[in-house]
Every structure is written in structure tokens, then in C-alpha cells.
Design a protein around this ligand. Sequence first.
Ligand code: ISC
Ligand code: MG
Length: 463
Amino acid sequence: MNSESSSSTQKSTESHYEGYRFYTETIEVTRMSALAFFEAGGDEYLGKRMYWQNREKTFTLVGIGHAHVLSTNKATGRFKKIKDDWKNLCKQIVNEESSVQPVLFGGFSFDPLNSKSSEWTRFPQAYFAVPTFQLVLKGEQAFVSIHLITEQQESYAEFDAMRKERDKLIHAAQVSEVDKYDKPQATGRIELRKEEYLDSIQQVTDIIKAKKVEKVVIARTLKLEFEHKFSPSSALYQVSNEQPESFLFGLEAEEQFFFGATPERLVKVEDQKALSTCLAGSTPRGKTVEKDTELGEALLKDPKNRAEHQFVVKMISDVFEANCSRMVVPKLPKLMKIRDIQHLYTPVEGELKPGATLFDLVEVLHPTPALGGEPKLKALQMIREHEAMNRGYYAAPIGWIDAKGDGEFAVSIRSALLDGERAYLYAGGGIVADSTPQSEYDETWVKFRPMLRALGGQLSDES
Ligand SMILES: C=C(O[C@H]1C=CC=C(C(=O)O)[C@@H]1O)C(=O)O
Ligand SMILES: [Mg+2]
């Protein structure tokens, strides 16, 4: 079926912004696989694609091509820069009549002050784009928008060519089969700087015991090697199968692809209502129902994990207190059970005060003590000094915002960077006074599991 017969064309609009002209058109189309649409852009737009699906699977977003990039390599003021640039661009691009808004999608690095050299060669400190072709799946509906942001005076011919390109992408996605991807098979697996990681946990635990800081999250990297390259679409497909109950995200920067399936929301804003998630404290799933319940109950009572969790609840509650006129925080954590792991989980919600925006919340929340520590700045300093890696975009905010200011950011854990025939996997854990190197090391293996299965990196005796 082509898009013409299945679509209702909405009004095309044209507007102006500081010398730019903004042309947009949105059509409703027959629902298609978002992954197939992402894949369809792989020839012409490789390196300029993005993918997002919320945890509830009620909202999926795919971006193909860059209509406009907002990015910076500055260490300070990066949140404000993206926020201000987006605000300026939005003055012209809000289309109140449209059922979907143009979206800005991207992310921030974990810590721009970390100067260790790393595999993150293509990602600036903040990297966002308005896609040229935007697919939104909302409920049962599917919308495809074209965005053209140009300094040229007369771009109707260009826009017409883009309509043809859009129809090609839609057609390719509607007729494709997405379950055709073979599972990648890693040929090598290397634990990078393992001894340094174990030593750093001991050092950090000693510093916490000396009461110089309360909690610090320490992470490590696992490198997988492959004989052949495999596509970002295949990587997304595999990881979504391995951990379906999560946010699914993917962000290309030239030939590098950062992706993952994370259970952790940083913050969502919809009509001034804000939602965040405190997620910290972990235990594996049990093989039987009885064992699983036993492990979950033990986690709920465990002082070490409750301490890890409580720092996060306190910090997020304080941020909401300052930015919301009304808020709700449950007194006790619940369990969040996902395929390989169970976590302590406390949802937080509030009504934003007038003037408070999604980017403001992202800036003050990042990193929560689930990924940084407590107190925040001291913990960041300790991570810079003691952690034997540069996190790049791991453990950082990734997500989208629309022209009305609604949007959602997840915390990019359970993630990997795909770089040619290599993939770098990341996992960490919250270190508190009674952490031990061995138990934290074991916890990272549980967190690596879904990504390892997705990329064929598990050893033969692992599942
Ligand atoms: C740092 C990670 O997880 C965080 C989120 C949930 C539970 C955590 C924990 O129990 O340590 C971590 O704070 C990771 O997955 O790499
Ligand atoms: Mg932990």
C-alpha cells in the first residue's frame, strides 16, 4: 500500500527564524514497523538516524536525516545552550494545528570534565537534531513529517523532492520484514581494566567509610569483537527482544551508534506534569517463582540496597520540591522486575511551577545518585579520579523534546557503543559503605546480561 492511499495530508506550513525558513508537512499513514522505517534510512542517511520507544510502548519515534543539528563541545553551559537554541528555533516551528510536533532528539555526555581519552570519538558533549523525516507512532496511529530548515529563499522544488523521498521510505518500511536479522556472534570478549575497576571500588568504599562522601557509582567496560560489522537496526532488534520492558533508544553519530534498553526514566514532562524514577538497588531474578519472590523480598529489606536507593529518592524529591507546586513521592520503594534483574523503584510525580522546563529538570537531575553519587559534585570528582574509563554517553540523559516543551529523557544505562567490528558495553553499581568489590563485580555481570545475549557475547555456560 502506498502512502497516498492510506494517508490524510495535513496543511503544509512555512515559517521563518533568524534567516532560516522552516517548511513542514505531516501525513498520517498506515501503521508500520518503526524499526523497518529506521532501516529504510540506512542507505542514504547512515550516521544521521535516531530511535526512541518509551517503556509503555505507547510512543515510538524514529528520525532519519538531520534537518537541523544543535550540538556543542563546551564543558560548561551545554544544557543552557541547547535549551536556548531550541527555544529560538521553536518560536517559528510550533504548528498548533498539527497532531504531532517537530521533535528535537539527542543526548548529553555523562561528564564533559572527564578528560580521559576514549572510544567516544564521534559524540560531542551535547548532540541533538531535528530529523528530516520523522516517524511518530502514537497509540494506533502513525504520522510521518518532513522538516526542512534552510537559509535559501525558495525551496519548493527541494521540498517536492523530499516528498518523493518520504514516500520511498514509507514504502520500503511497509513492505519490509523486520525479523530477518541474524543474531551477531562475538568472536572476542575483553574485560577492560578489570583490576583497576576492582581496586577503585575498594578505594571508594574506604573513602565512604571515612565519611568524606556518602555514595559513588563506579562502572566498567566490556569490549566485544566481531568478525563482521552488523547494522544498527540489527542491534536494536536484538536488544529489544532481550529486554522488552524498557525504553529503547539509538543515536547515530557518523559511523558510531549508541543504543540500549534502559529501565530508568530520568524525567518526562507532559502538559506541565513531571514524572521521574528513582531506580537503584539490585538483585538477580530467581529461577523459580519462590526463589524470585524470596530474592525480591530480601532486596526490599536489605540495608545496603535501601541505602543506595534512599540517596536517589532524597535527591529527586529535593529537585521536585524546588520545581513543582505539588508532588507525590511514595514512602516505600516497590520492586521493578525486568528480564534479568529486579530493582528498588520509587516513582516521583509533580506539577511543574510556571517557567520550569524539561531541560531545566534534566540539568539539575543529571546525574542522580543512581549514576553519580551523593553529594553530587564530590561524587563526580571521585568518578573522574577513581573510575578507569570515560563514560561518554553511558549513564547520561538521552531523549526528546517537542516544540511545546513536552518530552522525555531516559538514563542511558544497559547500553553499548557500536563502532565497526567492536562493541563497548557499560555497567556500574552504587557504592556505599558496605559494598565489596566482588559483589559489585557480580552485579555488573547481571546488568550486562541482556546486551551480551543480544550481541552474542555470552560464554557457552552463560544464559
Ligand atoms: C549503574 C547502573 O545501574 C544503576 C541503576 C539501577 C541500579 C543500580 C544499582 O543497584 O547499583 C545503579 O545505580 C548500570 O546499569 O550500569
Ligand atoms: Mg547496586
